[in-house]
Design a protein. Structure first.
Length: 54
């Protein structure tokens, strides 16, 4: 994967996480954030912060 494509994917992932964080009080979003944590994704720490900020 080229560096440009990798950076593009990271930007998309980051934007998606921002949307999830904004809507973190919705039950299905909480489920998605918990799944990020369980899967130990690159955004697990950010997902945990989003859940803890309620």
């Amino acid at each position: 994967m080229s560096i440009l494509k990798k950076n593009e994917n990271e930007l998309i992932d980051s934007a998606a996480l921002h949307v999830l964080t904004f809507h973190r009080k919705l039950p299905f979003v909480k489920l998605l954030l918990r799944q990020l944590i369980e899967d130990k994704s690159a955004f697990a720490e950010d997902a945990q912060i989003a859940l803890d900020s309620d």
